[in-house]
Design a protein around this ligand. Structure first.
Ligand code: BGC
Length: 251
C-alpha cells in the first residue's frame, strides 16, 4: 500500500459474518471502516472464497499479504478440522485456494490464534511475558497459547475432557445461551475449565475473549482460579487484527 505506515489486511470468517478491514500494524487498529458480509448458508471453502473476493473488491488499494481466520486447525495453510464448520474444510488447502481467489498472497490462521496474537500485541495482554492462554468463548471454545509474544498454534483446548465431558459441549457461550444458564451456573462450569488448564499449564495470565467478554463483569469475577483472569479488550476486532498481523509475519 502507498502509505508509509505498516499496513496489513485481515479477514475474519465467523459463523454468521465475514468481516474484513485494512489494519494499522503499528497501532493494532482498523485503518478504514470494516466491511461485513453475511456468511453463506452453505459455507464450503469455495463459497467462502467467493465472499472473501467480494469483500476485498471494496478495498482496491490493498496489495500486500492478507490474513484470514478459520475456525479449525490450520497447519501450514491446510485446514485439518471442522468442529463447527462444513466438513468440506477438512483437508482444504486454504492458503492456495484463497491466494488464487484473491490474487494476493493469503495466509490462513486459526481464529483463536489470531485473537490471541492481537490481544498480546495490542490488547489486554500487551507486553505480557511468559505464557498467556487466550480463550474465546463463542459457538465453540477456541484457545491460543502465546509465550513471550510468540504463538504456539492449534492448541484446541476447547475439546479437552473436563469432568467427563468435552469442554466445548458444556462451557461454550452457545451452550450458556441454549440452556439459558445463569451467569453463576456458567461461571461454575468455567471454574472447572480454567482450573484444569491451570493445573496442566501453569500460565501467567488467562484472557477471556469472544463476544461475551463484553459481559465479563457478570461472570468473570465468579470464576475461581488462582491465575489472573482478564477480559480481552479488542472484542470483535481481534480476529481481523490478528489475522493481518499473522500474514505480515508470514509474508
Ligand atoms: C474449533 C477451534 C476454534 C474454536 C473457536 C472449535 O470448535 O475446533 O479450531 O478455534 O472452535 O471457533
Amino acid at each position: 500500500m502507498s502509505s508509509g505506515k505498516r499496513r496489513g489486511f485481515g479477514i475474519d470468517f465467523g459463523g454468521t459474518g465475514i468481516k474484513g478491514a485494512p489494519v494499522d500494524l503499528v497501532e493494532g487498529e482498523f485503518a478504514a471502516e470494516r466491511v461485513r458480509i453475511k456468511t453463506p448458508a452453505s459455507s464450503t471453502p469455495e463459497n467462502v472464497a467467493e465472499v472473501f473476493a467480494e469483500l476485498l473488491a471494496e478495498f482496491p488499494d490493498v496489495d500486500g499479504p492478507i490474513g484470514v481466520t478459520v475456525p479449525g486447525v490450520v497447519r501450514h495453510g491446510i485446514v485439518r478440522s471442522a468442529a463447527n464448520i462444513d466438513d468440506a474444510w477438512i483437508g482444504a488447502d486454504a492458503d492456495t485456494l484463497f491466494t488464487r481467489a484473491l490474487k494476493r498472497p493469503v495466509h490462513a490462521v486459526n481464529d483463536a490464534d489470531a485473537a490471541g496474537l492481537a490481544e498480546v500485541h495490542y490488547g489486554a495482554a500487551k507486553g505480557q511475558r511468559g505464557l498467556v492462554i487466550v480463550t474465546t468463548l463463542g459457538t465453540g471454545i477456541g484457545t491460543a497459547f502465546v509465550y513471550d509474544g510468540m504463538l504456539l498454534p492449534n492448541t484446541e483446548l476447547g475439546h479437552i475432557e473436563v469432568d467427563g465431558h468435552e469442554a466445548e459441549a458444556r462451557m461454550s457461550n452457545r451452550v450458556r445461551e441454549e440452556k439459558e444458564l445463569s451467569w453463576k451456573h456458567w461461571a461454575k462450569r468455567l471454574t472447572t475449565y480454567y482450573q484444569t488448564l491451570e493445573r496442566l499449564f501453569s500460565p501467567d495470565l488467562f484472557l477471556v475473549g469472544g463476544g461475551v467478554s463484553k459481559d465479563f463483569e457478570e461472570f468473570g469475577p465468579l470464576i475461581e482460579v488462582d491465575t489472573e483472569l482478564r477480559p480481552a479488550t479488542l472484542l470483535n476486532k481481534a480476529g481481523v487484527i490478528g489475522a493481518a498481523l499473522y500474514a505480515s509475519e508470514h509474508a
